[in-house]
Design a protein around this ligand. Structure first.
Ligand code: MOS
Length: 780
């Protein structure tokens, strides 16, 4: 099926899902006919085993090709020149010296770039992939400090970089908006309520301000978080070639189908004329989508008639790839004498750009965290002239939980309550805003298990009461939360061959998280095969499905697609088996897949192997495709992954240096499909959260809108010495409403972590630092 048809189906599906809001689903129903996923509760098999990565040997041998390592015959190398003003017009652009430099094949500017259609931006459609929809080198305007103004192609990377340094430009500067009004002035020019996924970032229940005023216990505080830049190990890059009117892109992306469709829109092509391949991605946290570099490289490749490799430098990623923008959040909590919340207020301000689809939606975690009588939640957004803000691991929750969970700690202190007990007291019975039942919520169990394992009872609630030499020691906790998502468009193909080997084809992504491994396990369990008899093929736009590796939803999307394809497979196998088989006359729901064949449930004698069925019917292989049904589960249940985070810090009383000495994440994310890859996801998220708490900060020069610390020596990330032993445990309680019983795990680790660290620092020092990151100067 073409991508056009896939897209139409997705669009129809969305329309249908809206109409079907009132449809009742049976508990656990995921399959047509109301049957639950049989794998949700199966206890024996490959699911739940710590299987090592199937792509691990390739990677450690250096044999896994990444996008900017693919070599094409006749390839030339690209270098980008970036604007140095935030807003205005290019007046002169002298490219003569660059054109005359050794090895130069092309210098492309807005004067000679081909005319291009606008980039379809994220959330503007089901397959839009661009984080920013600014015109790409189409005019003399400058929209942010760092926007590409010229691209050089040369025979070597060094020649391209040198020629780029010879370009001379002058600008007519215009006044730019480069600093954020404070939350005290949310109605500044150009400020408005932000939106996320088409919904306004605003929720009001009752009169929270009045409830706060009347509350016997209240806390109110303003928290600020800075911008964060994306720093995946693999820099953004692509190697691409035109063959006639077809474009072949080796990309580093978490959205192959989206990128193919979006590039086709830009170049006025049919979707089938763009082929995107991305089998290995060296980390993607929301920003490995479509940015200007792939478009510029493809445009230049067409002008030059040569294949092009574009590999952004670390500076290049900071200049043209968006990150998380800064927030200023005011949280006020009111509680009655017993500690029950009567008001939750979470309001604040964050920038957005004219060309970005999303502001940082920091109120999202507050929507389903606690029971309260009243709520007032709102994200105000103001336009700035800067690089687009975009998705970055747990957009919203990562920094929203910082404010909410620090405020809960402050309230617990005021009430003289244990912060865990305060949270448990305010556990909601159903989703406090939507009123939907939770699909599965065992956060209390996660807290109890985590507290015991961490030794929470050894915490002295009196701040600054434990000192070892110069080191003040303290413990803190916070709640982690991230929603379950499943986006429309999932599809998968199964090819079963006569030798009993199954290949799963799905347009999914392996960015290091273990997708290929986990789905090998899931498919093997579904099909009753050993792991060696299953191959998962992914990372190519020609494969079925429109599946984003984002929103922690890829596993649900792929898993349900494979489940649907498997249903087809069983039906086809029974047809092929016919009347000469021990399976004769059986319906699909009477058989199970086991031992590389089909067997009647509860009657082991009625069995025939796949190989035998195919051989008797003279088939060399059987190919089936399945499409995931519309994601109705989230219309019926409030579905979230949960966690309880525990941190121990040591803060030096002399230097203010903070050392995280122990960390434990206790998660409730449904069934854990592979404990080895899951533990890495949890730990990776927590490590990113430690950076958010203590060091990560995009230094944005408010005078000219330029990011100053655009490299890894000035932008601090946690390195090995910053990361303590991190323990991760989980409830492993299957979610009856999620495919395989599993909710997402990719993003939750970064949530709650910042607050757990800040709360531990308070317990150690008595200091509340509300301005993140908590660097040593703020503790002196
Ligand atoms: Mo994630 S921010 O959805 O890659």
């Amino acid at each position: 099926m073409s991508i056009v048809d896939k897209g139409k189906e997705v669009a129809q599906g969305i329309a249908q899902s809206v109409m079907m809001k009132a449809v009742e689903l049976a508990p656990g129903a995921l399959l047509p006919g109301g049957r639950p996923d049989p794998l949700i509760r199966r206890q024996h098999g490959h699911i739940g085993k710590p299987v090592s990565r199937v792509d691990g040997p390739l990677k450690v041998r250096g044999a896994a090709p990444f996008a900017a390592e693919i070599a094409l015959d006749g390839m030339v190398y690209a270098a980008l020149a970036y604007s140095t003003i935030a807003k205005g017009r290019i007046v002169t652009l002298d490219t003569g010296a660059a054109e005359a430099a050794p090895g130069v094949v092309l210098v492309m500017t807005h004067r000679n770039a081909p005319r291009l259609n606008p980039l379809p931006r994220f959330l503007s459609g089901d397959k839009a992939a661009a984080g920013d929809d600014s015109p790409v080198m189409q005019d003399d305007r400058v929209r942010w400090n760092g926007e590409p103004i010229a691209l050089v192609l040369a025979e070597t990377q060094e020649q391209a970089d040198h020629a780029r340094s010879l370009i001379r430009v002058t600008y007519a500067e215009e006044p730019a908006a480069t600093s954020l009004p404070t939350a005290a002035l949310p109605t500044a020019d150009g400020c408005e309520v932000g939106t996320f996924m088409g919904e306004p970032l605003r929720a009001v229940v009752g009169d929270a301000d009045a409830a706060l005023a009347a509350a016997p216990h209240k806390v109110e505080a303003v928290f600020t978080t800075p911008g964060h830049n994306h720093n995946a190990l693999e820099l953004h890059g692509a190697t691409l070639v035109w063959r006639g009117d077809e474009l072949f892109v080796h990309d580093a992306t978490q959205a192959v189908a989206h990128t193919a469709w979006s590039m086709a829109q830009v170049f006025g092509l049919e979707e089938t004329q763009v082929h995107v391949s991305s089998p290995f991605v060296g980390g993607g946290f929301g920003a490995k989508g479509l940015w200007q570099h792939q478009i510029l490289a493809a445009a230049a490749a067409r002008l030059a008639g040569r294949p092009v490799r574009i590999a952004l430098s670390r500076e290049g990623v900071y200049r043209i790839v968006g990150g998380r923008s800064q927030t200023e959040q005011r949280v006020a909590l009111g509680a009655d004498a017993d500690g029950r919340l009567t008001a939750i207020i979470h309001r604040g301000v964050t920038p957005k750009t004219r060309h970005s689809p999303m502001p940082e939606p920091f109120i999202l975690p507050t929507q389903s965290a606690y029971a309260a009588k009243t709520f007032a939640l709102e994200v105000q957004t103001c336009y700035l002239d800067m690089v687009a803000n975009t998705f970055m691991r747990a957009p919203g929750e990562a920094v929203g939980t910082v404010a909410l969970e620090c405020a809960m700690d402050e309230l617990a202190e005021q009430l003289g309550m244990d912060p865990i007990e305060l949270r448990i007291l305010n556990e909601p019975e159903k989703d406090p805003l939507s009123g939907r039942p939770f699909s599965s919520r065992n956060i209390v169990a996660a807290y109890r298990a985590g507290a015991q394992r961490f030794g929470w009872d050894r915490r002295n609630p009196v701040p600054r009461s434990r000192r070892e030499g110069d080191w003040l020691v303290g413990m803190g906790c916070a709640t982690a939360t991230y929603p379950y998502h499943r986006m429309p468009g999932g599809a998968a193909r199964i090819t079963l061959d006569a030798a009993g080997h199954a290949r799963i084809d799905v347009a999914a992504h392996e960015m290091g998280m273990g997708t290929a491994t986990t789905h090998t396990q899931v498919a093997a369990d579904r099909l009753g095969l050993p792991l060696e008899a299953v191959t998962v093929r992914y990372g190519d736009s020609s494969l079925p499905g429109v599946i984003l590796a984002g929103g922690s939803q890829q596993t649900a999307s792929v898993g349900l697609s494979v489940m649907m394809a498997h249903q087809e497979l069983v039906g086809e196998l029974l047809k092929l088996a016919g009347n000469d088989s021990p399976l004769a006359g059986l319906a699909a729901d009477e058989v199970e897949c086991t031992d590389a064949g089909l067997r009647k449930q509860d009657e082991p004698g009625r069995f025939e192997s796949y190989a035998s069925i195919l051989a008797r019917s003279g088939r060399s292989e059987l190919v089936v495709e399945g499409k995931a049904p519309m994601p109705l589960e989230t219309m019926h249940w409030s579905m979230h992954s949960h966690g309880a985070m525990f941190c121990e810090v040591r803060v030096n009383a002399v230097t203010g240096e903070t050392r995280v000495s122990r960390f434990l994440g206790s998660f409730d994310c449904g069934r854990i499909l592979n404990p080895k890859t899951a533990a890495s996801q949890f730990r990776g998220g927590i490590i990113m959260g430690l950076g958010l708490a203590l060091m990560e900060e995009t230094q944005f020069d408010g005078r000219n809108g330029r990011i100053m610390n655009r490299n890894l020596s000035d932008y601090h990330l946690p390195v090995h010495l910053d990361v303590p032993e991190i323990e991760v445990i989980w409830t492993d309680i299957p979610d009856p409403h999620a495919p395989m019983g599993a909710r997402g795990i990719g993003e939750i680790g970064i949530t709650g972590t910042g607050a757990a660290v800040a709360n531990a620092i308070h317990n150690a020092t008595g200091r509340r630092v509300r301005e993140f990151p908590i660097t040593l100067d703020k503790l002196l």
